[in-house]
Design a protein around this ligand. Structure first.
Ligand code: NOJ
Length: 556
């Protein structure tokens, strides 16, 4: 592993969604030993680090983003010894490991929340969460039967649930910006602050290289919890400047303290925030020199396949992040959004969180989507800064649309009464071997059961890794070639200089000795003279076909 304090500035970080990566036991849910056995696939892809979505003790009401014990592994995924094995193997392969931290809320099964339910209103136990009296008709308990404010859960429905007090009568309400099983902490409480510093220390002392911070824009709420009507279409929040539950100024002091803590470790570890904050100039406040190291660039993720829009978001990102000395980051897919080969075939795509399903009015063209996705990825991997990949995108996997209602697990689906399909379509276990039970997601040989927690489409066999490895032109080989060339030519640390041109559908820039040309339009454009390093699809005679990106060396 290269010994540099600044590895995160240029790193390509591969997101592993543990329940869907590799299952070593055959129970249909991926696990840590499964990941360890397959880490070489990530190393040979050319990634620098792995980000693991949550594997902590959890009732799994939101796929592990509802944590009941922050310092232990859920038996579904293994135990602390299996985590240590994973970490050791990753380091042996030169991969750093970032773990997910979920500080906005715990599970309702966390001992602190159980204690809060058992305790009385006004008690120190309740003060760790956001319990409030209701409005409306005040009953014998002195609390109203209407939620304390009008906030809605990100997953649909009210953001407040009323509890039953110890005497059996309806009582106070608690805030949950997500599912009812995910009560929000009160971050003004010093006990909560101290608790999370200990959680950070626990994993840092175990050797992790950093943290991905869930809902990093949500921890602090506006005083008085005022009513708020969000703009239509917003989901994970942050889109509106005035939202009282997102992007409150007080959150920055928390990250300053965390930064001081991680900077005390050698080499320093990295903090990356999941902050759905717009515009980029505001998001940059999360990555000032004494705060987080990086934050995801969701504005980039949400940019359509359009040359002018892409150029604007690249310029805006470089300016905003560069303005505070932070690296820009780039991402096209993760476990919360429609996989980008499908998204780029939808104009416009549904809002984040709505997802796709059999009754959606959309019919994405898989061929067009994959061509655009490959071109978009090759464009992204040439940009200076750090890039995030989501497991399976290196196979070109599309979103799974035809998941039966009964098999859907995302709380969004149930909480919206099926109006939003949610995020299951991005989370289906990935195919390793075309001709194997569960497409090789499960254990090999006699232990294979074919089980998979979400149904895998049979069509995914054609995307399986074994059918792509070593096959020129496959999406897997495209990713490998791109990551190798990115490293060899130092593109992550490069400086982008746009090249002039008069085709509005073409984006061209130089970074170091590499020239990148993306034809975002449908019609072929001239291919500049030079040595082709990587192309996202077949090139014509002297032309770059539509929806194709190419990297060239020595362009005159
Ligand atoms: C963001 C995570 O990425 C998502 O999967 C989760 O549901 C919410 N935060 C709540 O923790």
């Amino acid at each position: 592993m290269p010994e540099t304090n600044d590895w995160w500035r240029t790193a390509v970080i591969y997101q592993v969604y543990p329940r869907s990566f590799a299952d070593s036991t055959g129970d249909g849910v991926g696990d840590l030993d499964g990941i360890t056995a397959r880490l070489d696939a990530i190393a040979s892809l050319g990634a620098d680090a792995v980000w693991l979505s949550p594997f902590y003790v959890s009732p799994q009401h939101d796929a592990g983003y509802d944590v009941a014990d922050y310092t232990d592994v859920d038996p579904l995924f293994g135990d602390l010894a299996s985590f240590d094995r994973l970490l050791a193997r990753a380091h042996e392969l030169g991969l750093r490991v970032i773990v997910d931290l979920v500080p906005n809320h715990s599970s309702s099964e966390h001992p602190w929340f159980r204690a809060a339910l058992a305790a009385a209103p006004g008690s120190p136990e309740r003060a760790r969460y956001l319990f409030r009296d209701g409005r409306g008709l005040v009953d014998a308990n002195g609390t109203g039967d209407v939620p304390p404010n009008d906030w809605q859960s990100v997953f649909g429905g009210p953001a407040w649930t009323r509890v039953v007090e110890a005497d059996g009568r309806p009582g106070q309400w608690y805030l949950h910006l997500f599912d009812t099983s995910q009560p929000d902490f009160d971050w003004s409480n010093g006990e909560v602050q101290a608790f999370f510093l200990d959680v950070l220390r626990f994993w840092l002392d175990r050797g992790v290289d950093g943290f991905r911070i869930d809902v990093a824009h949500g921890l602090v709420k506006a005083p008085g919890l005022p009513d708020y009507t969000p703009p239509a279409g917003g989901s994970m929040g942050g889109d509106a400047a005035s939202a009282p539950m997102w992007a409150q100024p007080g959150v920055h002091e928390i990250y300053r303290e965390w930064r001081r803590l991680v900077d005390g470790y050698q080499p320093p570890r990295a903090l990356v925030g999941e902050a759905w904050v717009q515009p980029l100039s505001k998001l940059a406040n999360w990555v000032r020199p004494d705060e987080l190291h990086q934050t995801f660039n969701f504005e980039y993720l949400e940019t359509p396949w359009d040359a002018a829009a892409l150029r604007a978001v690249v310029d805006g990102s470089l300016a905003a992040f560069g303005g505070v000395g932070a690296p820009a980051t780039w991402v096209l897919s993760n476990h919360d959004v429609i996989r980008h080969p499908t998204r780029f075939a939808l104009v416009p795509p549904p809002p984040q969180g709505e997802g796709l399903g059999p009754r959606s009015p959309h019919h994405p063209d898989e061929v067009v989507g994959l061509r655009r996705a490959r071109a978009a990825t090759l464009f992204m991997l040439a940009l200076p800064g750090s890039a995030y990949l989501f497991q399976g995108e290196e196979l070109g996997l599309p979103e799974v649309i035809d998941i039966p209602d009964a098999a859907r697990q995302d709380p969004t689906f149930a909480r919206t009464g099926g109006a939003s399909y949610g995020r299951d379509g991005a989370r289906v276990p990935i195919p390793w071997t075309a001709d194997a039970p569960a497409q090789g997601f499960g254990p090999p040989g006699a232990a294979a059961t074919g089980a998979s927690w979400l149904p895998q489409p049979t069509t995914w066999a054609s995307y399986a890794r074994d059918g792509q490895a070593g096959v020129p032109g496959s999406t897997l080989e495209l990713y490998r070639a791109a990551l190798a060339a990115r490293r060899a030519h130092g593109l992550g640390a490069g400086a982008l200089a746009w090249l002039p041109g008069d085709d509005p559908h073409v984006l061209a820039f130089r970074s170091g000795d590499v020239t990148v040309v993306a034809n975002v339009g449908a019609r072929p454009v001239p291919l500049p003279a030079g040595e082709v390093l990587v192309a996202s699809g077949p090139l014509g005679e002297g032309v770059i076909p539509g929806d194709t990106t190419v990297w060239l060396l020595r362009v005159e």
